[in-house]
Design a binder for this molecule. Structure first.
Ligand code: ADP
Ligand code: MG
Length: 550
């Protein structure tokens, strides 16, 4: 390892030279109190900024990161604290392009496992991006010296040295994480698919902001569905326990149905203090299903829902480059089953009607055997009874699902009411088919090398110029998760795909690897697609299955 003096000398040597000379700085430097690693230097001032890492001796007590949920919360807190200090440090652009910009991984309302700050017994490791400064394409080494020797270590020191101010905030963040974790464990013990605490603020500020709505009607559980949990820090919290089985959410248009379901969707992640959904917690495997016209399907068994297509196509091994509403939703359903989802979340608004129901009159007009689709409603009970898979479904206009529901919740001017009894009197018999475990996702994935993965916002990425459309994956919450997929999928295709394993097997394998070895085990050191955050097996499989070139 080199010393900080050597770095200073090197900076003097390359000052005013062409930008490429910055490359010679890649390496590790000891600064006494910390180590600076310049992992990757950008090619020019306008490119993605250079990747830099700082390694400090850790002064934060181990109790803050001894369990997985606490570690995620503490690291998330430190990252947000770093953002504050980077902003208050008066950092500004110095020169052309991204010169002088110092940034760390962005954060949103969710607490995700990230790689930007990593705590261990010995060290705090911080990953940042620094735009190495230039005027035109000429190195401005003096500016970089000010950043690497002044601004950056100063901001980092203020962020990572343990003291009373930090302790208080860290206590709060980790206490919240303990309470959230407690609810997650309680869901399993009490047979619940989700918990929505009284007082939660479910609606968001706007369609483009995930911040809480200001004058929202706070959530309150009906008495009949209320559960009170004794949280380790906060004490008793009452809320709606959404039981395993089948829950149908009804109500007039604009009464808050989709808002409740969306909150439940996001409840697979923990939220930060002040979000309003801190105590909305959902089974971590829950998957939002929807229609997704146009997606590709690679050898998936959708025959449970669709068979006898007029074309004679084999739906046990269904392949298409351009799925319809119903075939896409069928594929989404069985892919969720393939990666072990225990709860399916469905909104009528975003579903294919013919996948969801088939009404009597239509059944009389067009005989069953002429209709290739057996709707979801015919399997919903068996999915639960035989496979243990619950459904939470929003049904505003079709009454059919009332007949199969265990619980019916009505949203009435944003107030939840239990209308199960009343709904029961209206219920009609629905013939039920049997859902059986199968090998849903069949295509053996051949090995493949991807040269270039790029992230274009949270909803699209590309592998060697082939776009992968992730727009309909409503549980991807930010771009850092898309960035993770941009590393994980190429890693899997290059190293684990062997022409035998299916995409579902690859996704499960990735999930295990990330759990055991961390996300960094699949991210190259000179990562180029942005700072990654943890994604679930569900989203990994979804991404693989939407990649048209596998
Ligand atoms: P639905 O699915 O029943 O048609 P939505 O869930 O889409 O209704 O909600 C309709 C509107 O009401 C949205 O703009 C949403 O932000 C707002 N909204 C939802 N819940 C609340 C609430 N608890 N307090 C205030 N506004 C809400
Ligand atoms: Mg709606």
């Amino acid at each position: 390892m080199k010393t900080q003096d050597e770095l200073k000398r090197q900076l003097k040597q390359i000052d005013h030279k062409g930008y490429k000379a910055y490359k010679t700085l890649e390496g590790e430097y000891s600064f006494g109190a910390y180590i600076l690693c310049i992992d990757h230097v950008q090619g020019d001032p306008f490119a993605t900024p250079s990747r830099v890492r700082l390694l400090y001796k850790n002064s934060i007590p181990a109790e803050y990161f001894e369990s997985r949920h606490r570690k995620a919360a503490a690291e998330d807190y430190l990252l947000r604290r770093l953002h504050r200090n980077l902003r208050s440090g008066g950092q500004e652009r110095r020169g052309s392009g991204k010169s002088g910009m110092v940034t760390a991984c962005r954060t949103g309302q969710e607490v995700l496992e990230r790689t930007a700050v990593l705590l261990s017994l010995k060290t705090v490791e911080v990953r940042l991006e620094v735009g190495f400064p230039a005027y035109g394409r000429t190195i401005a080494a003096g500016e970089l010296e000010q950043i690497l020797f002044g601004f950056l270590p100063e901001a980092a020191r203020r962020t990572f040295v343990f003291g009373p101010g930090m302790k208080k905030e860290l206590d709060e963040a980790t206490a919240l994480a303990d309470d959230q974790q407690y609810i997650r464990e309680e869901l399993k013990k009490q047979g619940l698919a989700a918990f929505v605490a009284d007082g939660s603020v479910l609606p968001r500020e706007s369609g483009i902001s995930q911040k809480p709505m200001k004058a929202a009607v706070p959530f309150k559980s009906p008495d009949s569905t209320a559960v009170t949990l004794q949280l380790p820090h906060r004490g008793p919290v009452r809320g709606m326990g959404i039981k395993k089985g089948i829950t149908v959410i009804v109500g007039g248009g604009y009464h808050g149905k989709s808002t409740l379901l969306k909150a439940v969707e996001r409840g697979v992640y923990n939220h930060i203090q002040g979000d309003g959904r801190e105590y909305v917690i959902t089974d971590e495997t829950a998957f939002k299903l929807r229609a997704e016209e146009g997606r590709c399907i690679h050898q998936v068994d959708i025959s449970m829902f669709i068979s006898n297509l007029p074309s004679g196509t084999d739906t046990r091994n269904f392949v298409t480059e351009n799925a319809s509403g119903s075939t896409s939703q069928a594929a989404n359903t069985v892919e969720a089953l393939a990666c072990g989802s225990q709860v399916l979340l469905i909104d009528e608004d975003t579903s294919a009607t013919n996948f969801m129901v088939r009404d009597d009159r239509m059944a009389r007009l067009v005989e069953d055997k002429k209709e290739p689709i057996t709707p979801f409603i015919r399997f919903i009970r068996s999915l639960y009874q035989d496979l243990g898979v619950s459904t939470v479904l929003v049904a505003g206009s079709s009454g059919a699902y009332l007949s199969v529901a265990d619980t019916v919740i009505q949203m009435d001017c944003y107030v939840a009411k239990d209308v199960t009894e009343k709904a029961r009197t209206l219920a009609e018999e629905v013939t039920q088919g049997k859902a059986e475990e199968r090998n849903w996702v069949k295509k053996p994935v051949p090995a493949k090398r991807i040269e270039k993965a790029r992230v274009h916002g949270w909803d699209t990425l590309s592998f060697d110029k082939t776009e992968v459309d992730l727009r309909y994956l409503e549980q991807i919450v930010d771009e850092t998760q898309t960035a993770a997929l941009a590393y994980i999928v190429p890693w899997l295709l290059e190293r684990s795909a062997n022409g035998k394993r299916t995409a579902a097997e690859l996704a499960v394998l990735a999930g295990e690897k990330i759990r055991k070895e961390g996300l960094l085990s699949m991210v190259p050191r000179n990562y180029g697609a942005g700072a990654p955050a943890a994604v679930r097996v569900q989203e990994i499989l979804a991404c693989l299955q939407r990649y048209r070139m596998i």
